[in-house]
Design a protein around this ligand. Structure first.
Ligand code: 3PG
Length: 305
């Protein structure tokens, strides 16, 4: 069996070594395609792969057509909007993710970005503190829960809303449950986005919603750029000079957002899951899930059932 590790943004060398330990033990070959720049390279590399481990790498119908022996794709991470699930199902390919494995890393980055934001992006002027601020967490999955845990350490007032998580489950985690998304935005100084990019959430974070946030509000995005209505947010940033937008996913309109210097920050490359620990957790989980599936048919984390 041949496992291809296809990562445009590579894992750490130690995580790759750990992945290889898992595939070696199973008697599988591990091939690597890292830092590739052309889709053609991916199309060539998948030709004889039985399994693929990816990150945000795009697996569409063309890639699946080129992968004649493919049985399983594991997205080493949480969001799988980069995989064409329908095409994978049509090709008889199992798609999995590795939920929770990189969530602490993403949650920690939220606070790195927030401290940077409230301290004026380290411009030397007087900033403010996170203690006592109202933090709204949009979606209470693995990352949202870690954000809540860390926020309590900062002494923040934490609320959350999740369309798919009952209020009781949020309250059980010691977090105030907002009645709906609108209430969360209207009542929080900071909103941290943790929703996936789906047909339902695409461009859902728009002018009207963010405009309900109180004066001096901060929107922090470590989720997906697709959930933002970029044109609307650009208009709002111009209209509301008190608003800050901090994002780990550079918007398509990054050049336009850069006019809001001091109120806008985007990491040059998505950094949320880019820690040695998260790389190892997600990479090893992906390799183990491949072995479990190919050997014993275990499909616990399949997302295209
Ligand atoms: C995820 O969905 O797991 C995160 O967005 C991390 O993505 P990455 O592996 O491309 O850094």
């Amino acid at each position: 069996m041949k496992v291809l590790l296809a990562t445009e943004k590579p894992f750490s060398a130690s995580a790759v070594a750990s992945i290889k330990e898992v595939t070696d033990k199973a008697g599988y070959e591990l091939a690597k395609l890292e830092k590739y720049t052309e889709k053609a390279q991916l199309l060539e590399a998948v030709a004889d792969a039985d399994a693929i481990i990816i990150r945000s790498d795009k697996v569409d119908a063309e890639v699946l057509d080129a992968a004649k022996r493919l049985k399983i794709v594991v997205r080493a991470g949480a969001g799988y909007d980069n995989v064409d699930l329908e095409a994978a199902t049509a090709h008889g390919v199992c798609v999995m993710n590795t939920p929770g494995q990189n969530s602490n890393a993403v949650a920690e980055l939220v606070f790195g970005m927030l401290v940077y934001g409230v301290r004026g992006m380290f411009n030397g002027a007087t900033g403010s503190e996170l203690m006592g601020k109202r933090l709204g967490i949009l979606a209470f999955g693995n990352v949202g829960r870690n954000v809540a845990r860390i926020a309590k350490g900062f002494g923040m007032e934490v609320s959350a809303y999740d369309a798919y998580c009952p209020a009781e489950a949020i309250e059980a985690a010691g977090v105030k449950a907002a009645a709906n998304q609108a209430e969360l935005f209207a009542t929080c100084d900071i909103v941290s986005l943790h929703i996936p990019a789906t047909a339902e959430t695409r461009q859902s974070i728009n002018y009207d919603l963010v405009n309900t946030m109180p004066k001096g509000a901060i929107l922090v995005n470590t989720a997906r750029k697709e959930v933002i209505d970029e044109a609307g947010l650009l208009r709002l940033m111009a209209d509301r000079t008190d608003l800050k937008y901090l994002t780990d996913i550079k918007p398509d309109a990054d050049a336009d957002f850069r006019q809001f210097e001091g109120r806008y920050f985007a990491t040059p490359k998505k950094m949320g899951a880019q820690t040695a620990e998260a790389n190892a957790n997600a990479g090893i989980a992906a390799a183990n899930q491949i072995v479990g599936f190919l050997r014993d048919g275990i499909n616990k984390f399949q997302v295209n059932k």
